[in-house]
Ligand binder design. Structure first.
Ligand SMILES: [Zn+2]
Length: 164
């Protein structure tokens, strides 16, 4: 898989070429997870994301995975292809969806329907900022309250399905 990253002006910034065996490993892991009742729904969603290019393998330089503000999941092609890590990042997309839909509801009530997605996105950005700042206060930079929940979910999936 080849990933092209462009800057805001459409200039090519980086090209990431992940080994094919990483993408095979990811597909194999997702197929394993589909056989586990607790993880099947998640694995189906992740397969759809993989097919639509919003679940990507890349080199994260030390981190296992990350979820962008728009919900794209990046998985480190060397260290990140684990059930626990996929579930952790997947949980972040669930958290994002919760903020987005809360924004929609709030906007409907205030009579500005078109502001809905914006309010949701703003709330999600705020939650991410809070997460980053709280992680520094807690002495675990990069690992805030959102990650505590996501990590617990990741451990649950991994242990209940018996898949590392
Ligand atoms: Zn996280």
């Amino acid at each position: 898989m080849t990933i092209y990253n462009y800057d805001g002006n459409g200039r090519l910034m980086t090209i990431t070429v992940a080994a094919n065996n990483a993408s095979d490993r990811l597909t194999k892991l997702l197929n394993q997870l589909k056989k586990c009742p607790q993880a099947a729904g998640m694995a189906n969603s992740l397969t759809q994301m993989q097919n639509s290019g919003t679940l990507v393998l890349t080199n994260l330089g030390g981190a296992d995975g990350s979820t962008s503000l728009t919900g794209t999941i990046s998985i480190d092609s060397t260290y990140g292809i684990t059930a626990h890590n996929l579930a952790h990042e997947y949980f972040h997309t669930i958290q994002m969806g919760m903020f987005m839909s809360a924004g929609q509801t709030g906007a409907g009530a205030s009579g500005f329907p078109s502001a809905g997605p914006f309010l949701g996105a703003a709330a999600w950005v705020g939650a991410r900022d809070y997460n980053a700042v709280a992680s520094i206060f807690n002495g675990t930079p990069g690992f805030g309250p959102l990650d505590v929940q996501a990590e617990a979910f990741g451990q649950q999936i991994s242990s209940q399905c018996g898949i590392d």
